[in-house]
Design a protein around this ligand. Structure first.
Ligand SMILES: NC(=O)c1ccc[n+]([C@@H]2O[C@H](COP(=O)([O-])OP(=O)(O)OC[C@H]3O[C@@H](n4cnc5c(N)ncnc54)[C@H](OP(=O)(O)O)[C@@H]3O)[C@@H](O)[C@H]2O)c1
Length: 205
């Protein structure tokens, strides 16, 4: 969970040559999640701090009676595509574009904050992962492999090797250190009764 918070929170400018574009606004990452995943986050930990939390729900009134309704870190989107459109409208303009982009209000039912989005993470659950890993927008899968057998009721979809390549241990580690621009523990990590390893899959097609 600590690594999840770290990788989704750390803001690393995507293109330093246009870093000035971000100078007038706050840069944060976005976490897109299904409505059930949002509800699975304990109240005291939501919204996830320093990240734009985008809840995907078919219910356009989902936030109407919720305490987070007017929270600038929370937005509601009617589909995964709408959530991706929202973040695209909040990412820095392309080099040829000089206009300032503002969040689109048409795809959401809550006003989005005046921030610039850097990285976008789809954080579950199974329903959203099923749709998300098929999207060409999904470039990497960050998977923490836990060396235990645990009873579960929700599952990550099959990762097809034709679609994603598992980077071997040292390559996953080097990728993560470059991605986060800071040291990351590599190899098998022991914590209490659990042993786990951070792995990365890269989209191949
Ligand atoms: N270990 C992990 O990495 C991890 C990560 C995340 C979550 N989880 C766990 O996964 C569980 C939740 O996963 P889940 O699969 O049951 O639910 P989920 O994907 O988090 O949320 C499902 C809900 O999202 C909305 N939704 C899904 N697809 C949609 C679409 N195409 N368009 C519009 N809305 C859509 C619907 O909300 P409405 O019903 O409101 O329309 C649907 O009921 C929780 O137990 C959570 O703890 C684990």
């Amino acid at each position: 969970m600590a690594f999840f918070a770290r990788i989704t929170s750390k803001v690393v400018a995507q293109d330093s040559s246009h870093h000035d574009d971000a100078s007038s606004s706050t840069s944060i990452n976005a976490c897109i999640m299904g409505r059930l995943t949002w509800e699975s986050i304990p109240h005291k930990f939501r919204p996830l701090t320093s990240r734009l939390n985008i809840i995907v729900s078919r219910n356009p009134h989902y936030l109407d009676d919720k305490p987070e309704k007017d929270n600038p870190l929370v937005a509601l989107a009617p589909s995964l595509d709408a959530a991706l459109d929202l973040v695209a409208s909040m990412q820095k303009p392309t080099p040829t574009t000089t206009t300032t982009t503002t969040p689109s209000s048409s795809s959401t039912t809550s006003s989005a904050p005046a921030v610039q989005i850097e990285r976008v993470f789809l954080i579950g659950g199974a329903q959203l992962y099923n749709e998300g890993i098929e999207s060409k927008h999904c470039q990497h899968i960050f998977l923490t492999r836990i060396q235990s057998t645990v009873e579960c009721d929700t599952f990550f979809p099959e990762i097809r090797p034709q679609q994603y390549r598992l980077l071997p241990g040292p390559e996953s580690h080097a990728f993560l250190e470059s991605y986060l621009q800071e040291p990351v523990q590599g190899g098998r990590i022991q914590e209490g009764e659990f042993e786990f390893e951070y792995t990365v899959y890269d989209r191949v097609v």
